[in-house]
Structures are given as structure tokens and as C-alpha cells.
Design a protein around this ligand. Structure first.
Ligand SMILES: Nc1ncnc2c1ncn2[C@@H]1O[C@H](COP(=O)(O)OP(=O)(O)OP(=O)(O)O)[C@@H](O)[C@H]1O
Length: 253
């Protein structure tokens, strides 16, 4: 039985690559409409965790469900999840309109709605003028914007975003933050991995810190900064460094 109380639920999720333990028994319970900021040092296992949750790699052990459906249910995952990976999967030879129309079709967006949805999202991200240029001629930030639109075009209840503001100029980054806030206000659950801590500080309801494959801290941004033995005005960056540096002295058997 899977629970419907949480949009994202994982129990003892684990992934190994040979002898390498990338994710080491992660438990998650993210309520609907929450923005969950997923932090951790390079190599902590964030991308691997997300790839398991969106059905792109099979867990070595553990279980997970998204919007009430087990991650093994591929059709449900496709319908319920939007995923923006670090490098958006786009066809260079297509234009943005062709790419997004193709993807909308794959994800079952009703034909009558495709053109309007594509146009309004391209407009929101200031891409209308370039909509009929091939993606191979796009800048990194333009590709990132198309990747985000692609992830949310079918209006999924749960979004997984890996470094969504990467490569974006300040205007586009602000639009991205505004869009994410609006989506969460409308009930979309957003699982957001980034190294840009002010984004998490501004947006996240809950912050989870993954270190060496283990979830070492989970709290609101406010709790995290006051929980650290800190004085009064630590930033999330101070707390992050404190939480992840303390563990470096640990002796592993
Ligand atoms: N396909 C793979 N084969 C072997 N090892 C892998 C594979 N994918 C990830 N790993 C290893 O798993 C660990 C976690 O990697 P992962 O990419 O999940 O970290 P991350 O937290 O997303 O890092 P970053 O912040 O640098 O993007 C790393 O040690 C990495 O080398």
C-alpha cells in the first residue's frame, strides 16, 4: 500500500555502483505543494536520488512513491513527474516550438491545448522571438529555459529540478523563482536540488541536506540556521558548511 499523504515518499532508498555507495538509505516524506530544497556537497548523491525518484535508475534497495504511485509504475511516473536534469534532454536539430510540441504530445497534453501552452510558456520565459530557431543555436540559459518549460508543460503534480537556475541571467532566474512559487501555491510539489543557497533560502519550505549518501539534516531554512550552533545571524551557507564539515572528522569503520 502506498500512502497518499505525501507527494514524494521514500523509504530506505539505496543505490550502489559496484563498491561505491551513492545513496545510503534515504527516507523522504514531502507533502503536496511543498518546495523541498535538496542540498549537499558535490558527489553527495543528490542526482542519483532524483534519478531513482523519477524512474531513470532502479534503486538497489528501498521503496518510493510519487503522487501515490510506486516508482516502478512507469506510466504513472511519466504522468505525475516533470524532471529537469542538469543537462536538459533536447534535440539540437529541432526548434524550441518543435521540441516542446513533440514533448507535449509524448506526455499526453490534449491536442487543442498544445499550441497555447507552448506559446504562453515561451512568452513567460522571453523566448517567443527565438521560438523558431534551432536549439543548436541556443545559449546555455536558453536551453535551460526550454528544459524547464518541457518539464512543466504537461502540468505534472510533482517537479524534480536539478540546478534550475544554472546559466540563467538575473531576469530569467527571477522569472524561474516566481514560476516555482506560483506552481507551489497552486499545489505542485517541487523537489529542488541546487548549490545556489539563496534560492533555497527564499523558496524552500523544507531543506534536506544529503552528505555522503545520507540525509544528515532536515528542517525549515529558519530552523536550520538557528539549529546550527550559531549565534543569531547565520546564513543557510554557514549552516550548510557547518553541517557538512562536522561529518568530515567522523571515523568510518
Ligand atoms: N553511473 C554511475 N556510475 C558510477 N558511479 C556513479 C554513477 N552515478 C553517480 N555515481 C557516483 O555516485 C556518487 C553520487 O553522485 P551524484 O551525481 O548523485 O552526486 P550529486 O550530489 O548529484 O553531485 P553534484 O552536486 O556534484 O552534482 C558519486 O560518488 C558518483 O561518482
Amino acid at each position: 500500500m502506498v500512502s497518499r499523504r505525501f507527494a514524494i515518499e521514500a523509504t530506505q532508498l539505496r543505490k550502489t555502483f559496484g563498491d561505491e555507495v551513492a545513496v545510503d538509505g534515504v527516507d523522504l516524506q514531502v507533502p503536496s505543494g511543498h518546495i523541498y530544497g535538496f542540498l549537499g556537497p558535490n558527489g553527495a548523491g543528490k542526482t542519483t536520488t532524483m534519478r531513482m525518484l523519477v524512474g531513470l535508475t532502479t534503486p538497489t534497495a528501498g521503496t518510493a512513491s510519487i503522487a501515490g504511485a510506486a516508482i516502478e509504475d512507469r506510466d504513472a511516473v511519466r504522468a505525475n513527474v516533470g524532471y529537469l536534469p542538469e543537462r536538459p534532454p533536447l534535440y539540437d536539430e529541432l526548434t524550441a516550438v518543435e521540441q516542446l510540441t513533440y514533448y507535449a504530445d509524448l506526455r499526453g497534453v490534449p491536442d487543442a491545448e498544445v499550441d497555447d501552452r507552448v506559446e504562453s510558456w515561451l512568452d513567460r520565459f522571453d523566448l517567443l522571438e527565438d521560438a523558431d530557431r534551432r536549439i543548436q543555436d541556443y545559449s546555455t540559459g536558453m536551453r535551460q529555459k526550454v528544459g524547464l518549460v518541457q518539464a512543466l508543460l504537461h502540468d505534472p503534480p510533482v517537479l524534480f529540478l536539478d540546478e534550475p537556475t544554472s546559466g540563467l541571467d538575473p531576469n530569467a532566474a527571477r522569472t524561474m523563482r516566481e514560476v516555482l512559487t506560483e506552481l507551489a501555491d497552486g499545489g505542485t510539489t517541487i523537489f529542488l536540488s541546487t548549490h545556489i543557497l539563496p534560492v533555497v533560502e527564499e523558496l524552500a519550505d523544507t531543506v534536506g541536506v544529503l552528505d555522503d549518501g545520507t540525509l544528515v539534516s532536515e528542517a525549515t531554512p529558519g530552523e536550520l540556521t538557528s539549529r546550527a550552533e550559531a549565534g543569531t545571524d547565520w546564513s543557510l551557507e554557514d549552516a550548510f558548511i557547518d553541517i557538512t564539515t562536522d561529518r568530515e572528522g567522523e571515523v568510518t569503520p
